[in-house]
Write a protein that binds this ligand. Structure first.
Ligand SMILES: C[S@@+](CC[C@H](N)C(=O)[O-])C[C@H]1O[C@@H](n2cnc3c(N)ncnc32)[C@H](O)[C@@H]1O
Length: 218
């Protein structure tokens, strides 16, 4: 793939838009099903809770959260892409009777009340965030005391093997993310690593893995 195409793929992953948005979302849903399922397992959403997700894409992988939150729960999706926000709203409203709010905009300016969330998760989002301390400071403020924050990322080894990540992705180690969480005042930080085997990207064999980072608010 030439550089123009790689830049296009990177831009679509950062913010799916236009005619390609649903195609890229379908590809993400297939590629990211395992890392998202692992993150939701650690999130452990409970009936009646208020849970936020940053960057849910078209929402297809978030349906288990809605099922767990049930009638009395609330799900807040924060999604930069207009196409993804609309698709997630439609899909997740149809998935159950949980109260669904989708904010179409940047997570750094999302209107979330302080101490309003039981839990928050984001999968494959941190690559698009320059200032982790700023985001994690906001997350710490949004969570209730002892609230849960879960982040699913891939390792630098996996990301650096994907040729499009050289165009705008912030590739960080588990330790860098953990340090930023700690500095933002989050606590009880634990991480789990999962080897997901390999996948073919054209002729390239890419190692695939999942790192789920778990933190608590004070
Ligand atoms: C690589 S996709 C991951 C989607 C899904 N979580 C997954 O793992 O398949 C990143 C998603 O985060 C959204 N996103 C990127 N930057 C964002 C920001 N600053 N605020 C909110 N959403 C953002 C993008 O629009 C996109 O839908």
């Amino acid at each position: 793939m030439d550089e123009t195409k790689l830049r296009g793929v990177a831009a679509q992953l950062a913010r799916p838009s236009g005619d390609e948005a649903e195609t890229i979302a379908a590809a993400m849903n297939e590629a990211n099903a395992a890392i998202t399922a692992r993150t939701i397992e650690n999130l452990a959403p409970q009936a009646g809770e208020t849970v936020a997700e940053i960057g849910p894409g078209n929402g297809a992988l978030s349906i288990p959260i809605i099922k767990a939150l049930g009638d009395s729960g609330r799900y807040l999706g924060i999604e930069l892409s207009e196409e993804m926000a609309q698709a997630a709203a439609t899909r997740l409203q149809a998935a159950g009777s949980t109260k669904i709010d989708i904010h179409n905009g940047d997570c750094r300016s999302a209107p979330v009340d302080a101490a309003s969330l039981d839990a928050l998760m984001a999968v494959n989002l941190l690559y698009f965030i320059d200032d982790l301390p700023e985001l994690f400071g906001q997350v710490a403020n949004w969570l209730k005391p002892d609230g849960r924050a879960l982040f699913g990322i891939r390792s630098p080894e996996s990301l650096n093997a994907m040729p499009f990540t050289q165009f705008g992705f912030r590739v960080r180690s588990q330790e860098e993310v953990e340090t930023a969480l700690r500095e933002a005042g989050l606590t009880n930080i634990t991480s789990s690593y999962h080897d997901e085997g390999t996948t073919m990207l054209g002729e390239l064999e890419i190692p695939v893995d999942s790192i789920v980072i778990d933190a608590r608010s004070r």
